[in-house]
Design a protein around this ligand. Structure first.
Ligand SMILES: [Zn+2]
Ligand SMILES: [Zn+2]
Length: 350
């Protein structure tokens, strides 16, 4: 079968790989859609030596498809099922894994156990191929009402956005500032809107602001000064920002997010940007006003059930944020488009 390997230094290539054998608890999935995530771009930009063995395996961790084969012990999905995959898995037995947080698996192997970033293709293979191999515990059936692109987005962007919204306890009617309107911010905006909240985007790219307005964001602005003006148009100017989400990982955006929320409001950090490690935030900014700050890397795998139900019930179509589609054979164009960063989601079709 064909699959894409990320080779480092902005090189990707389409190669031939053997179709993997399924182990007792594994599922072979015929990929119908795969989408490029921001973290795939970290690998794309890395050097070949930083990537090590990963350069010789199929990449990609967002994907969905139809079950082709299952191992003898698999009970949760069967041949012919349409499935989405959650992209992280751990030992399956420690406290973190059992409570849905395999990304914090106590076995210490966390970094090797990400779909498509695995250093052992016997455990799993990535989503940027004709088939992918996944442990059964990360496979979730999706109904016919959820298209494959939405299914692909649910497994990383969707679950991450959903989890930070849940963690902040955002409820209907609340004003939420969404910093960064890339695919993750757009996904969050769509979910917030369906939950009855009032998302307002803050984004420097004009194209992305335009895209956000199409998705029923209340508005999309380029600065917090503009955001303050927009607030004056809601409920006779009496509203404040109840919560803010940052998907940029940018120091200025994080500081703006903390500054713009109301006293006792909350801020959720999700974005990992190049300047995140050097980001600085004065405690004075949040301490005096009692602002809660929290963060999340990716969502809880157990939330996949309710997110799939939510997306299906409210007929949410995440494929609306896909602005570019490429065949696997045109992966080079797909990655350079994704890296330009001024568009929506980039999808790959086998
Ligand atoms: Zn991802
Ligand atoms: Zn574990």
């Amino acid at each position: 079968m064909k699959g894409i390997a990320i080779e480092g230094d902005r090189n990707v290539s389409l190669k031939d790989f053997p179709i993997p054998e399924v182990g007792l608890n594994q599922v072979l999935i015929k990929v119908k859609s795969a989408t490029i995530c921001g973290s795939d771009l970290h690998f794309y930009r890395a050097s070949a030596s930083e990537l090590g063995k990963r350069t010789s395996y199929i990449s990609g961790h967002e994907g969905s498809g139809v079950v082709e084969r299952v191992g003898d012990k698999v009970r949760n999905v069967g041949i012919g099922d349409r499935v989405a995959v959650f992209h992280r898995f751990g030992c399956g037995y420690c406290g973190k894994c059992r409570t849905g947080w395999p990304q914090y698996c106590e076995s210490g192997e966390t970094n090797t156990l990400v779909m498509g970033q695995a250093t052992n293709p016997v455990i799993s293979t990535g989503t940027f191929g004709e088939y992918m191999l996944a442990p059964s515990e990360v496979c979730f059936r999706i109904p016919d009402s959820i298209n494959f692109e939405s299914g692909s987005i649910i497994g990383c962007n969707g679950i991450t956005a959903y989890n930070i919204i849940r963690k902040l306890g955002i409820s209907s009617g609340q004003v939420v500032a969404v910093f960064g309107l890339g695919p993750l911010g757009l996904t969050a905006g769509i979910l917030l809107k369906r939950m009855g909240a009032i998302p307002i985007g803050v984004e420097l790219s004009e194209e992305r602001r335009k895209l956000a307005r199409k998705f029923e964001f209340f508005d999309a602005v380029s600065s917090i000064e503009e955001l303050r003006s927009v607030l004056k148009t809601i409920s006779d100017g009496k509203r404040e920002v109840d919560s803010a989400l940052d998907f940029t990982g940018n120091n200025t955006a994080i500081n703006n997010a903390v500054e713009i929320v109301k006293p006792l409001g909350s801020v959720g950090l999700v974005g990992i940007g190049p300047g995140l490690e050097a980001a600085s935030l004065s405690p004075k900014k949040f301490l005096e006003r009692g602002v809660t700050i929290t963060g999340i890397l990716v969502g809880n795998v157990l939330n996949m059930y309710e997110l799939i139900e939510f997306v299906s019930t409210y007929k949410i179509d995440f494929s609306r944020i896909v602005t570019d589609r490429f065949r696997l054979s045109d992966a080079k164009s797909a990655f350079s488009k994704a890296e330009m960063g001024s568009f929506g989601k980039v999808a790959l079709e086998p």
